[in-house]
Design a protein around this ligand. Structure first.
Ligand SMILES: [Fe+2]
Length: 406
């Protein structure tokens, strides 16, 4: 670079599936792809509600001479023990290709099984960023919910039950070889899951766009994902068969997933993880519970970025950026309520006395807290959790901590 010219944009690397197929009915293309791939043994990982779809795939593949087995045991938030048991069964089956067909939990486990079925590392050696050595097994993902973004992300989350912590493996080796996103598969998803996963997609986009390490290349996906959530989430919740809304939310989930690798989330997810680990609140719901309060907290640091989020959600401009941003927090809160979710932490068995332990646990998620546009202390976490017990909380301004946007 010539002397005197300095780049102001940091270098960013995108890892994406080699094949990304999006569109209604692309389940058929996934089947054709697997037939042409003709693996020695395909291990299909799914959950109970999708077992019949997986069995149909298994039958079709069998007719084409492709050996396949179905594992339908992944439900809820998977633990390390769940993952290890499934990996052992995949190993015994002689899996050379893994297909994850399901929601984020299924896909996370499928990604890890593909990496560990013939790997030599232990899972504990790989928690963190970039510690996984490689993946020899082919990996195909097909999401049946719209929101987690796991189908394109390098992230996989497991619950460490002994530590009561959600732990992440983050590695480019976890990005699938091929991903097929068929919005038709999301039609039968229960309303509460549509709501929670949709709010998770919104959170991925919001936390990436307002991230300390936000990047113009990712901003594109993030802002468009936020706009899609604003337009289609409520429609998908209220009218499950509305295909335009389902397509819009599948796209929003994809865009949110594309934000996770190069930028990732921040304090919203860091404060949500203890709620999932301690109280088994579903991931999307736990994120939705804290999101408006974290948004208010962060808006003071970068009001312009937060105002842009509000505008993407359809909020009209207010006299200044911070007011627009705070109106955005109210819009997120209202969307959560309109989706039928109780936004009061007490409704999920959490007690105010639990807050100090929750705050201490959230502070351990340093890999995400360091992404936050506003520095977060343990006292801040305590205040944010307290706000979660006060629906429609008035903005808790921390004017002394405001700093210029950057
Ligand atoms: Fe998430």
């Amino acid at each position: 670079m010539p002397t005197g010219q300095r780049s102001i944009m940091r270098t960013l690397t995108f890892f994406q599936p080699q094949r990304l197929v999006f569109g209604c009915g692309c389940l058929a293309e996934c089947l054709a792809y697997l037939k042409s791939l003709a693996p020695a043994h395909l291990f299909i990982l799914t959950s109970g509600p999708l077992a019949s779809t997986a069995s149909s795939l298994q039958t079709e593949l069998g007719r084409a001479g492709v050996s396949a087995s179905v594992e339908a045991g992944i439900e809820g938030e998977p633990t390390i023990a769940d993952f290890e048991a499934v990996t052992e069964r995949a190993r015994r089956a002689g899996a050379t290709c893994i297909l994850g067909l399901g929601g984020g939990s299924v896909l996370d486990v499928a990604k890890l099984v593909a990496a560990f079925v013939n790997g030599s590392q232990s899972i504990n050696e790989t928690f963190g960023i970039g510690l996984l050595h490689g993946r020899a097994c082919h990996l195909v993902c097909m999401p049946t919910t719209s929101g987690t973004g796991s189908e394109v992300s390098p992230n996989a989350i497991l619950l460490d039950e002994s530590a009561k912590l959600k732990k992440a493996v983050i590695s480019p080796h976890l990005v699938p070889d091929a991903t097929f996103i068929d919005p038709e598969l999301t039609i039968s998803v229960p309303t509460a899951v549509t709501a929670a996963t949709g709010l998770d997609a919104l959170a991925h986009c919001v936390e990436a766009y307002t991230n300390k390490f936000a990047h113009p290349l990712v901003d594109l996906y993030a802002l468009e994902g936020i706009a899609l959530c604003g337009r289609f989430l409520l429609r998908a919740v209220q009218s499950p068969a509305d295909m335009e809304a389902r397509e819009g939310m599948s796209l929003a989930g994809l865009y949110g997933g594309l934000c996770l690798g190069p930028v990732n989330t921040a304090a919203g997810h860091a404060l949500a993880y203890p709620l999932g680990a301690e109280y088994h609140i579903a991931h999307g719901l736990s994120v939705a519970l804290v999101q408006p309060h974290v948004f208010r907290f962060n808006a003071e640091a970068t009001p312009e970025r937060h105002a842009a989020v509000a505008r993407a959600l359809g909020v009209a401009d207010r006299p200044d950026s911070l007011e627009t941003a705070l109106a955005g927090a109210r819009a997120i809160e209202q969307l959560t309520k309109d989706c039928g979710l109780d936004s009061h932490l007490g409704a999920y068995g959490v007690k105010p006395d639990d807050i100090p332990a929750l705050a201490a646990s959230a502070m351990t998620v340093t890999r995400l807290l360091r992404n936050n546009p506003q520095p977060v202390t343990e006292a801040d976490c305590v205040q944010i959790y307290r706000d979660c017990f006060r629906p429609n909380a008035a903005p808790q301004l921390h004017a002394a901590r405001c700093r210029p946007e950057g």
